[in-house]
Write a protein that binds this ligand. Structure first.
Ligand code: NAD
Length: 493
C-alpha cells in the first residue's frame, strides 16, 4: 500500500516521487507500506500551508479549539483498537502496551481540550494609579514536531494537542519506523474538525525531511523527542539561529531496592520497568541498584521470571515481549552484551538473539540480566535501549543515591523502601525529572510534567500545564486609563 504526506488537508506524494518501506519488526516478510521520502520541497509546501492556516487558526477562541480536541479524544477512543493494532504491527510492542499508548493520547486530548477554557495568564496590581496590568499567552507560530518510534501515538499527541490548542499550526515529522500510526492520527484529526493546514504531516528520513524541517527559516519552534546525539545537533542549529527548541532525550534510569523493601513488589516493578516495551522506553529501568543483603534473593527471582517471559509477535495476546525495532537496534543490544562481558560484569541470563520458530524472521532478543556491574561500566552509563538490566550492589542508602545519580542522564528514577525517611530523602536528593516511590520507573501520567534533568533535555517539561510554556509566548499588557502620561519608576518616586 502507498501512503502519502498530508499537507493543507490533501494527501500528496513527495515531490521527488521517492519512497521508503515500512516493515513489521516481528516479521520482515510483512511489508506494511511505502511512504514518501520527503525533502526540502515537501517541507516548503507544508510550511506554506501551515503559515496560511496560522493567520486564521490563531484567532479561533481557545475554548473552541479545545472542543475540536475533545472530539479528537472521542474519535481516538472509537478507533483505539484499530490504532493499537497498527502500532503493534509497525513497532512491535505487545497489544496491551499499544492500547496503553493510545489511551495516553486520549487522556492528552481530554486534558488539553479542557485547558482551552483556562490557559491562564496573570492579572496583577500596577504600580501607578488608574493603570491595569496583565500577562497573556499567545501562540508562537509554525511548530516543527519531530518524534521517535517507541510511543508512535502518545508522543505526537503530547506535542500536537497543546501546540494547536495554543493557536499554533504544526508540521509533524514522525519516525520512519512508525509512519502509519502518524498517518492514521492526522486522518482522525481531520475527521474531528481540525481545519486544513493546521496539522501537516511530512514523512521521511531524519537527515533529509527532519533536517530540512528544522532548518526551514520560517519554523518558529522545534519540539524534538529522540536520541541525545540528534538532539544536540538540532539544539546547536536552533541556538545559532535563535529558534525556540524543546528537547526530550535519552535516559539511563535506575530503580533502587533497599533491604527494607517489599521485595515481591520491587521485583515485579523491576521486571516491568526493564522488559516492558522490550526495554525501549526512554523511562525504562536499565540499572537496578540493590542492597547487598537482598541482592541474591532479588537476582534469583528476576532470572527465574525473566526466563519465563513469552517472546513473540505482539499481535498474539499471549506474548509478553515483542521484538526490537530494527536490525540496527538489535545489533546495538548485542554489542552492549559483549561490552558488558568484556568489562567483567556477569551475565546471569539471556544475552543472545531469540530466533525460535517464527521469531527467526524478526528482531527478537532475550531478556538479559547482568550482575556484578560497577557504576562506571559502560553498560551502566550508556543508553542501550533494549531488554538489558544491569544489577549494581550497594551497601547503604547513601551509596544507592550516589550510584543512581552517577549518570549523565536524569529522566526517571525509583526507590523501593518501607522507610518514610529514606523515601523523602530520595525525593529530595535524586537527580531526575521523575521519581517513583514503590513504583517502577515507567508509567507517567499526562497531567504531570514530563521530562528530565542533565543530558535528558534542555530544561523544558512536556505534559501537565508546564507544556504551555513551550508552546506559547508571554505578552505583558499595560492599560493606562489615567488620561495623562504616567512614567513608571519615575512618577512614583
Ligand atoms: P532518533 O534521534 O534517531 O530519531 C528521532 C526522530 O528524529 C525521528 O523522527 C528521526 O527521523 C528524526 N531525526 C533523525 N536525525 C535527524 C536530523 N539530523 N534532523 C532532524 N530530525 C532527525 O531517536 P529514535 O531512535 O527514534 O528514538 C529513541 C531515542 O529517543 C532514545 O534515545 C530515547 O531515550 C529517546 N526518547 C526520549 C523520550 C523522552 O521523552 N525523553 C521519549 C521517547 C524516546
Amino acid at each position: 500500500m502507498a501512503f502519502k504526506n498530508f499537507i493543507d488537508g490533501q494527501w500528496l506524494d513527495s515531490e521527488s516521487g521517492k519512497t521508503f518501506e515500512n516493515r513489521n519488526p516481528a516479521r520482515q516478510g510483512d511489508l506494511i507500506g511505502r511512504f514518501p521520502a520527503s525533502g526540502p520541497k515537501d517541507v516548503d509546501r507544508a510550511m506554506a500551508a501551515a503559515k496560511k492556516a496560522f493567520a486564521t487558526w490563531r484567532l479561533v477562541p481557545a475554548p473552541k479549539r479545545g472542543e475540536i480536541l475533545y472530539r479528537a479524544g472521542e474519535l481516538l477512543k472509537k478507533y483505539k483498537e484499530e490504532l493499537a493494532r497498527i502500532e503493534t504491527r509497525e513497532m512491535g510492542k505487545v497489544l496491551k502496551e499499544t492500547r496503553g499508548d493510545v489511551q495516553e493520547g486520549i487522556d492528552c486530548a481530554f486534558l488539553n481540550g479542557g485547558e482551552g477554557r483556562r490557559l491562564f495568564g496573570e492579572t496583577t496590581p500596577a504600580e501607578l494609579p488608574n493603570k491595569f496590568a496583565m500577562s497573556v499567552r499567545g501562540p508562537v507560530g509554525v511548530c516543527a514536531l519531530i518524534t521517535p518510534w517507541n510511543f508512535p501515538l502518545a508522543i505526537p499527541t503530547w506535542k500536537l494537542f497543546p501546540a494547536i490548542l495554543c493557536g499554533n499550526t504544526v508540521i509533524l515529522k514522525p519516525a520512519e519506523d512508525t509512519p502509519q500510526t502518524a498517518a492514521r492520527f492526522v486522518e482522525i484529526l481531520s475527521e474531528a474538525g481540525v481545519p486544513p493546514g493546521v496539522v501537516n504531516l511530512v514523512h521521511g528520513r531524519g537527515e533529509e525531511a527532519g533536517a530540512a524541517l528544522v532548518r526551514h527559516p520560517d519554523v518558529q519552534l522545534v519540539s524534538f523527542t529522540g536520541s541525545a546525539a540528534v538532539g544536540r545537533e538540532i539544539a546547536s542549529w536552533c541556538g545559532q539561529n535563535l529558534k525556540r527548541v524543546s528537547l526530550e532525550l535519552g535516559g539511563k534510569n535506575a530503580q533502587i531496592i533497599m533491604e527494607d523493601a517489599d521485595l515481591e513488589l520491587a521485583i515485579e516493578g523491576a521486571l516491568w520497568g526493564a522488559f516492558g516495551t522490550t526495554g525501549q522506553r526512554c523511562t525504562a529501568t536499565s540499572r537496578l541498584i540493590v542492597h547487598r543483603d537482598v541482592a541474591s534473593k532479588v537476582t534469583d527471582a528476576l532470572v527465574a521470571r525473566a526466563e519465563k517471559i513469552r517472546i513473540g509477535e505482539g499481535l498474539d495476546e499471549s506474548v509478553e515481549m515483542g521484538p526490537l525495532i530494527n536490525q540496527a537496534a538489535r545489533d546495538k543490544v548485542a554489542r552492549y552484551v559483549d561490552i558488558g562481558k568484556q568489562e567483567g560484569a556477569r551475565l546471569l541470563t539471556g544475552g543472545a538473539i531469540y530466533n525460535e520458530g517464527a521469531c527467526a524472521d524478526g528482531y527478537f532478543f532475550q531478556a538479559t540480566i547482568f550482575d556484578q556491574v560497577k557504576p562506571n561500566m559502560r553498560i551502566a552509563q550508556e543508553e542501550i535501549f533494549g531488554p538489558v538490566l544491569s544489577v549494581i550492589e550497594i551497601a547503604s542508602f547513601e551509596e544507592a543515591i550516589a550510584a543512581l545519580n552517577n549518570t549523565k542522564y536524569g529522566l526517571s528514577s525509583s526507590i523501593y523502601t518501607s522507610d518514610v525517611t529514606r523515601a523523602f530523602r530520595a525525593m529530595r536528593d535524586i537527580e531526575a525529572g521523575i521519581t517513583y516511590i514503590n513504583g517502577p520507573t515507567i508509567g507517567a501520567e499526562v497531567h504531570l510534567p514530563f521530562g528530565g534533568v542533565k543530558d535528558t533535555g534542555n530544561g523544558h517539561r512536556e505534559a501537565g500545564t508546564t507544556v504551555y510554556d513551550i508552546f506559547t509566548e508571554w505578552k505583558a499588557i499595560y492599560v493606562d486609563y489615567s488620561g495623562k502620561l504616567q512614567k513608571a519608576q519615575i512618577d512614583n518616586n
